[in-house]
Design a protein around this ligand. Sequence first.
Ligand SMILES: Nc1ncnc2c1ncn2[C@@H]1O[C@H](COP(=O)(O)OP(=O)(O)OP(=O)(O)O)[C@@H](O)[C@H]1O
Ligand SMILES: Nc1ncnc2c1ncn2[C@@H]1O[C@H](COP(=O)(O)OP(=O)(O)OP(=O)(O)O)[C@@H](O)[C@H]1O
Ligand SMILES: [Mg+2]
Ligand SMILES: [Mg+2]
Lengths: 256, 256
Amino acid sequence: MAEIIAICNQKGGVGKTTTSINLSAALAAAEKRTLLIDLDSQGNATTGLGFDKHKVEYSIYNALIDGVDITSILLSTDLKYLKVVPSNTSLVGAEVELVGVVSRETRLKHLLQAVDDEFDYIIIDTPPSLGLLTLNALSAANSVIVPVQCEYYALEGIADLQRTISLVQDRINPELKIFGIVLTMFDSRNNLSHQVLTEVKTHFKEVVFHSVIPRNVRLSEAPSYGKPILLYDVNSKGAVSYFELAKEVLMSEGGS
Amino acid sequence: MAEIIAICNQKGGVGKTTTSINLSAALAAAEKRTLLIDLDSQGNATTGLGFDKHKVEYSIYNALIDGVDITSILLSTDLKYLKVVPSNTSLVGAEVELVGVVSRETRLKHLLQAVDDEFDYIIIDTPPSLGLLTLNALSAANSVIVPVQCEYYALEGIADLQRTISLVQDRINPELKIFGIVLTMFDSRNNLSHQVLTEVKTHFKEVVFHSVIPRNVRLSEAPSYGKPILLYDVNSKGAVSYFELAKEVLMSEGGS
Ligand SMILES: Nc1ncnc2c1ncn2[C@@H]1O[C@H](COP(=O)(O)OP(=O)(O)OP(=O)(O)O)[C@@H](O)[C@H]1O
Ligand SMILES: Nc1ncnc2c1ncn2[C@@H]1O[C@H](COP(=O)(O)OP(=O)(O)OP(=O)(O)O)[C@@H](O)[C@H]1O
Ligand SMILES: [Mg+2]
Ligand SMILES: [Mg+2]
């Protein structure tokens, strides 16, 4: 039985894709069989791992809408234990096409049953919205990791997201747990970063991961080489912080 | 006749709200009658100007869905020539509610006709997606300003956005022009920033504004005080760069 983790936050640019790619890669480096699903039509997780999103034969869209078997869409990566289901702009149409479908929120959940035994972890990168694709991720997942950027607007967004998660728990997926909040782009020279860190830790207590991801330019350079940070610069602060996060995930079997 | 400018980019966290607030404030400081419309359910433009998004009586949702007159929703700000139409999480439902409505893409366009004569500029902040709300903004607008963060993923997103803009030009709003691309969060110490700047200027030539918005911590602090940068720290690099951007907007009537 795979642990299915959705990486969610409707606030844009907070590090969802960066966390999805680098947590997946760190879990694979620990020899956990890991599947990364790119559920964002921007296809950033797909290109961040070196694939050309315009040239992939099948994407998650084909599985969700056309019924193509998800096992035939798995792409291998430079890491032996990491596979990817890619996405591209064809996914833009999916939200509208799913609206008319019965059980439109649980399509992804049913798809993933076909690969559940093959993986230890399935990580789902989501778009910056609370639409049908993100709802699909939240219904398929056992738990959710929320990246929160150390900035003012990011604090605002947490309350909105909590409300969505409890709606999903009430109506679609009672098992869904919050695995944790991970603070991202923390800049120790900047007061605002410290204020946000303190406020989130005070308010959310043990739900907040101990690992804090620092602002680190190597993390933003890595996707332009199509590599996760551990293959681009394994000694960087960014790589170290994602190893630590992976360790916390491995140690706490499925969150609170 | 107001110049209606949509601030769009489906990539998250690139500076749409920061540009919407600070461009609007700079135009108002130049004594142009300016209206800022918050079309994002996150309500960041609303809180960034000091309003409590949970306490506003009416929001853009009420105008779009309930037919409340937009003139009764205008909020005054600390700047004499700047008014705001607020938003909050009630807007989350609008995309689904609009799906069944006739002429769902042009609802906002019709609403704005009621205030067209009262303002010189109407600026629309949009969410990080290409859904019905952003389509409403693109159909109501005369032109679009695209903030592009000086990062790798932001480059990827430009092609997707261009495709959407040409679809809108073909099907809904033939008058829509690209006013310009504004580079944001430029960090002169970082190679990636310079690479993105060069690539965007080479590829998009005169469509790119001369003004480049630097990464400046004062810009990210200002919203926590509910103020635009020119009221929070008028001498900061962030404030100066948005004055420059406003000057370029004022000088070139409505873009290419
Ligand atoms: N810790 C970090 N240090 C420096 N840059 C980072 C860090 N994390 C992410 N970035 C960069 O910040 C930008 C936003 O991150 P990312 O794209 O992962 O966020 P996202 O939440 O997935 O965005 P979206 O909402 O568009 O999906 C990217 O250009 C990324 O490379
Ligand atoms: N030039 C800048 N320098 C430093 N910080 C900035 C700058 N511009 C924006 N920011 C900060 O970066 C974060 C993202 O900016 P902003 O929220 O304006 O982007 P957005 O595109 O509106 O995001 P979303 O996609 O969620 O709507 C915010 O916390 C903001 O305060
Ligand atoms: Mg992303
Ligand atoms: Mg915004």
